[in-house]
Design a protein around this ligand. Structure first.
Ligand SMILES: *Cc1c(COP(=O)(O)O)cnc(C)c1O
Length: 384
């Protein structure tokens, strides 16, 4: 089976992790801060807070923006469930903004229309645009709406480490309060499990680092009263243990050296898919000017008027040893969200996308012969 995604681990990665295992610290040592600084420097953000997953990064981000019961958070329905769940962890309500059928990302026009149609008291406190497949949303447009309608922005850039928008790396937070990265093995660079939150706001950075470690501080400046002695620490708010280990950070730091090469390779493979697929009844994500995709995923939408049914195409590909996948089942159709009142027909573009989309294999180690096999299998699978 050719998988849809796969990590690439080098000898240097293995050596970096082994070195940490022989050192004094497996957690709370010097490598995590080094990794944080390296990522922040790479993307041009002032602060980075590394955590044990992007899900945790989204949670501390939403919490640091004071989201709680009575607040509303909006995101895209075409994303991994974590983009929405973070608001629920804080007791807030979730709603969705339908996608643009060509970019597969949250549609800024739909966002404006929904904001205008929503009474001021029910408007979102935070909007979480998701840069699907590695391609940035029109972040400047969404930021302008944020200023006009008074919401904060967390970019879910789990797919988009190494991507760029309007000449700036995604993660610079030029158009958001916080940006979140994932380092799950299928993503662009990996720490096994791991995530990171970037911000240019020192207050948010400090709050997120407190929240990732129980809300506990040893910094006298953050304490409510003078320290009892050298052993003293204070828990100043309710946090969690979301810390990244030293081994994870060492792997991430080593992988980061190859970020540019990974993204370049993914773009070469995506360009080949574009030309190999031309003439077939499928459409890829529309490329956007001023945007460099990190190409976490290559998704095709079937023209169902000319192809076999979606499910048949998917099954034929799996049977042919092509590890296709579907990103994503619209979040509002998950039983948990249906239980909150969402249902069929709420976000028609997302649902149409779900009925047509298939992610085909894309990862730096994919070779041209595999790619030819993927396309040959797809060509056969599409036949009605
Ligand atoms: C992978 C992913 C997450 C969650 O990442 P973890 O690191 O596995 O917690 C969140 N949002 C999106 C869009 C993702 O693809």
């Amino acid at each position: 089976m050719i998988p849809y995604g796969r990590q690439e681990i080098s000898q240097a990665d293995i050596d970096a992790v082994t070195e940490v295992l022989r050192s004094d610290f497996l957690t709370q040592g010097p490598v995590v801060p080094r990794f944080e600084q390296a990522v922040a420097k790479k993307v041009g953000a002032a602060h980075a807070v590394a955590v044990n997953s992007a899900t945790s990064a989204l949670h501390v981000a939403v919490a640091a923006l004071d989201v709680g019961p009575g607040d509303v958070v909006w995101t895209s329905p075409v994303t991994f469930v974590a983009s929405a769940n973070c608001a629920r962890y804080c007791g807030a309500d979730v709603d969705f903004v339908d996608i643009d059928p060509e970019t597969f990302n949250m549609c800024p026009k739909a966002l404006r229309e929904k904001l205008e149609a929503t009474p001021e008291a029910s408007r979102p406190k935070v909007v979480i645009p998701v840069h699907l497949c590695g391609m940035s949303t029109p972040a400047a447009e969404i930021a302008a709406l944020g200023r006009e309608f008074g919401f904060r922005i967390i970019e879910d850039a789990s797919h988009t480490v190494g991507g760029a928008y309007k000449g700036q790396p995604v993660g610079s937070c030029a158009h958001s309060d916080i940006t979140v990265f994932s380092f799950h093995p299928v993503k662009i660079v990996t720490t096994a499990e791991g995530g990171l939150a970037l911000t240019n706001d020192p207050g948010l950075a400090q709050r997120m680092s407190l929240l990732r470690s129980h809300g506990v501080t040893r910094d006298p400046a953050l304490m409510t009263h003078e320290s009892d002695g050298p052993w003293y620490y204070q828990m100043v708010e309710l946090g969690w243990n979301y810390r990244m280990t030293e081994m994870q950070a060492a792997l991430g730091l080593s992988q980061l050296d190859r970020l540019g090469a990974f993204v370049a390779r993914r773009n070469v493979l995506a360009d080949s898919y574009d030309s190999l697929l031309s003439g077939l009844p499928v459409t890829a994500q529309a490329r956007q000017a001023e945007t460099l995709s990190a190409f976490h995923l290559y998704v095709v939408r079937l023209d169902l008027s000319q192809t076999a049914p979606h499910r048949t195409v998917f099954e034929r590909l799996r049977d042919a040893g092509i590890g296709v996948n579907l990103h994503y089942i619209p979040v509002h159709l998950q039983p948990y969200y249906r239980g909150l009142g969402f249902g069929d027909g709420d976000f028609p573009e997302a649902e149409r996308y779900y009925a047509e989309a298939i992610s085909i294999p894309l990862y730096p180690g994919l070779i041209e012969a595999d790619q030819d096999r993927v396309v040959a299998s797809l060509r056969e699978a599409l036949v009605p």
